[in-house]
Design a protein around this ligand. Structure first.
Ligand SMILES: [Zn+2]
Ligand SMILES: [Zn+2]
Length: 218
């Protein structure tokens, strides 16, 4: 199981990073990315804390832990500057919090994210357009299918638009609490529920996350 979008206590999650990772191991995850919400006020703090958390990582653990961020509620014209700042501060994975219908994120956020090749994942992109999805494809940005309540309301639309233009999708939990960990079985059901066929399901859960991790040099 891969999960490239989770939140710890460093933003609005319930678990400290070490417990999040330990629980991911117990759930049989191969890799987990900690992607706490960042804007210009806290990006340094969060990435510094994640670097410290690596000091106590268990070297015998099989799990890959990716240091990430989720750029959230940043005006579209300033997203590029924060992507660069986060990358310079050591973020390995950059997720942008997309235009989910469950939250009033500023319009233009999806467009700014898919136009920036340094972004890795556009999370819960809501009613993303085909043109935006095409740009995501051109820039190697993965579109997220979310298991999170609210954000998941437009999963079917995201899957369909991605399929129409040939953009890559990944399944993530957007975990905030211990109950949010994904299992292979539940993940496959969520993806099947969007209308993806078994081969596309395997890509979203396994092939694409592996490909993305490789792109990060993992
Ligand atoms: Zn988000
Ligand atoms: Zn999130």
């Amino acid at each position: 199981m891969f999960d490239l979008h989770t939140h710890s206590l460093l933003s609005d999650g319930e678990l400290i990073p070490s417990e999040l990772v330990r629980r991911a191991v117990v759930h049989g995850y191969e890799a987990v990315a900690i992607t706490d919400h960042v804007d210009f006020t806290n990006v340094e703090h969060i990435l510094k804390c994640l670097q410290k958390s690596e000091l106590q990582a268990n070297p015998n653990s099989e799990i890959e832990v990716i240091r990430g961020v989720e750029i959230t509620h940043v005006p579209p014209e300033k997203i590029g500057a924060l992507v660069k700042k986060a990358t310079d501060l050591g973020a390995e994975l950059v997720v942008v919090h997309g235009e989910t219908i469950a939250e009033p994120v500023e319009s233009g956020t999806n467009r700014a994210a898919v136009s920036n090749p340094a972004v890795n994942i556009l999370a819960h992109p809501g009613l993303i357009t085909e043109e935006e999805a095409e740009r995501a494809k051109e820039n190697g940005i993965y579109l997220e299918i979310s298991s999170r309540k609210g954000h998941s309301l437009t999963n079917g639309h995201v899957a369909q638009v991605a399929r129409n233009v040939g953009a890559s999708v990944v399944l993530n939990s957007d975990l905030h609490s211990p109950d949010d960990f994904l299992t292979e079985e539940f993940g496959a059901r969520i993806l099947a529920g969007t209308g993806l066929d078994p081969d596309e399901v395997r890509k979203a859960m396994d092939v694409n996350p592996r490909k993305l991790l490789k792109e990060l040099g993992r």
